[in-house]
Design a protein around this ligand. Sequence first.
Ligand SMILES: [Ca+2]
Length: 284
Amino acid sequence: MFTVGAVSLALALSSVLPAPVGCASPERAVVQEDANRQKQPAPATSGTPRTAEEWRRTLGLKFVRIPAGEFEMGAADSEAFDNEKPVHRVRVAKFQIGKTEVTQAQWVAVMGANPSRFPGCNDCPVEKVSWDDAQEFIRKASALTGLSLRLPTEAEWEYAARGGARQQKWAGTDSAADLGNFAWIDLNSEGRTHPVCRKKPNVFGLCDMTGNVFEWVQDGAAKGYDATLPVENPADPATLSPRILRGGCWGYTARLARNAFRGSNAPSSKSGSIGFRLSIVSPP
Ligand SMILES: [Ca+2]
């Protein structure tokens, strides 16, 4: 199990990997955040939206329809960690998932304040939001827009990131040499988040599935893949703690940003490397 954050991830990986770079929160960044609190991104439109339609237009949430299909979930190659095993066949029903991570402007429009470690960037992903915070955003945004929002399941996330049956190692590519064209990770991020969709999308048109911010998914974290989970739409109960994180972040190596990599953290924890993207219960 790999928890993510200032201490737990480094401890968990210390026996097998150098400590991940840059995803903890140095003092200087915290001070900078406080200094910038007066420069919060403005809501996407002036004036408060009044109707669900106005809220949907203001937030501009974009979803991509992912067709049903099967894939091999997990990894067992030389780079894989134990909690990625065993590789197992999974079938997912069709679903919709956000084209981008939830941005700072979208968060501020719904929640009214920007918690991010890297503020002042409307189109950057919001971060320093816990799994619990994400659920609160989902409750409020669903009520405002009339959409039935949720987090994607872990299986949906990996299926979407891999390009379905294409089984890609990273979102958009199987080539480590090509990864910088698709993702913000330790090699190119300069130690911070970046506006969403500045890199190439994957084959489904999804941006930043690999890198930029690590993404909360719905599932709680089991020690490995549970053989009792169904092939159809498997999901570990969200009552398990910690919760799963997917896709790596701006401070991670290519190995830790693989589509099969499973991070996790307590549902109340926050980090400048962790955000989320939405899914939707049924098509609008
Ligand atoms: Ca991401």
